[in-house]
Design a protein around this ligand. Structure first.
Ligand SMILES: *Cc1c(COP(=O)(O)O)cnc(C)c1O
Length: 367
């Protein structure tokens, strides 16, 4: 038996007819750029996310960059983000001309530690980019309170957290704006690169839309210089089809997370993903912490079980940030978790046999 880390093909086959028709329609109409299907997806997503505006862009990285630029963040400013994330969360800060400042993760969770945010705030701090990593909401209510007290913007990186909630409120509706990736492997994934920005701020929405389209809302009327970062018609059509299924897929993820928890019960060498009180986890990843992680990963691999580490090196310890001069003591929790975290195979279309095989293999390894 083999268990892939994810299976995008299984999902495609489950909606093949509907998807093929939607894609064929776009091609038949040669409706590739700035066409109604894009607006239809934007409205659909915004409505489901209880947000006023959705701006489709080319990818989730650009989404953060565009928001930072349109909030006027740049040279001389500092932006705080989390030590354990994908590099998009920090590289966009540098791209905008500002300085990335890292905060550690909370013990027990994989999200930014509000107490460390507070310690990292200086007069130059302008914004905080929390990441709802793995689909588990960061302590966003506390983060909003800190931000309000210090007059900072909060931009939520929701690349892994479509439809997660904290205290009944959707992750992505707390900050001034939130950014989404629709990379194929994300919970809501296109068939190529795609991303989106959500905000309730009319002026910010208009600026972001303009900036993502060469500084123009209407062709040839450039109010500023911008970039080319558009959601295209094919990806919008794919995403619109998937919007009709995403809540069911999210429930399936939650179902398999429970199944893993049951199957993995009592293995003392591993820690299962914790869910904070009041949070609804959407399990983009099922990330455990394991003793002798590398040995376990090799053992699972030999049994045909694919696992991934998110991420092998915390951002501040990457060569890209060596100029900041950080050491492991600066981010003790991220440093400690670095050698323990492991994401198990996880996707809505998995089955009990796979769960049992993974769990039994982990049990066997430690026996
Ligand atoms: C995937 C991801 C992004 C970037 O998304 P792209 O669409 O690949 O540019 C940003 N932040 C996090 C946390 C991600 O996982």
């Amino acid at each position: 038996m083999s268990v892939p880390f994810a299976d995008l093909r299984a999902q495609y086959l489950s909606i093949k007819e509907e998807m093929d028709a939607a894609i064929a329609d776009v091609i038949d109409n040669t409706a590739f750029i700035r066409t109604p299907i894009i607006t239809e997806f934007e409205h659909g997503f915004a409505e489901m996310m209880s947000a006023k505006h959705c701006i489709g862009v080319a990818n989730g990285t650009d989404a953060i960059y565009i928001v930072l630029k349109m909030l006027g963040i740049g040279q001389g400013d500092e932006v705080i983000t989390v030590a354990n994330s994908w590099i998009s969360s920090s590289e966009v800060i540098t791209q905008a001309g500002a300085k990335p400042v890292f905060a550690d993760i909370e013990p027990g969770y994989f999200t930014i530690d509000p107490a460390d945010i507070e310690r990292k705030i200086t007069p130059a701090t302008k914004a905080i980019i929390p990441v709802h990593l793995t689909g588990h909401p960061a302590q966003i209510d506390q983060i909003m309170e800190i931000a309000e007290r210090h007059g900072l913007f909060v931009i939520e990186d929701c690349a892994q957290s479509h439809f997660a909630t904290l205290n009944g409120q959707l992750a992505g509706t707390f900050g001034v704006a939130s950014t989404f990736s629709f990379y194929p492997g994300k919970n809501l994934g296109a068939y190529g690169d795609a991303g989106g920005i959500l905000t309730n701020d009319d002026a910010l929405a208009e600026k972001c839309r303009m900036y993502a389209n060469h500084g123009a809302l209407i062709k040839h009327q450039h109010h500023m210089e911008g970039i080319n970062s558009r959601l295209d018609g094919l990806q919008a059509a794919v995403l619109k089809v998937k919007l009709g299924h995403i809540l069911k897929w999210t429930e399936q993820r939650q179902f398999w997370a429970k199944a893993y928890a049951t199957a993995l019960e009592g293995i003392e060498e591993i820690e299962l993903p914790a869910v904070r009180p009041g949070a609804e986890h959407v399990y983009h990843l099922y990330m455990i912490r394991a003793q002798d992680r590398d040995g376990l990963q090799t053992f699972l691999d030999a049994r045909g079980i694919q696992t991934v580490i998110h991420y092998p090196t915390p951002l501040p310890f990457l060569p890209a940030y060596s100029y900041l001069g950080h050491s492991r003591e600066d981010f003790p929790v991220a440093a400690a978790y670095q050698d323990a975290i492991l994401s198990l195979p996880f996707f809505p279309e998995m089955n009990q046999e796979m769960i049992d095989y993974v769990a039994e293999s982990i049990r066997t390894y430690y026996r």
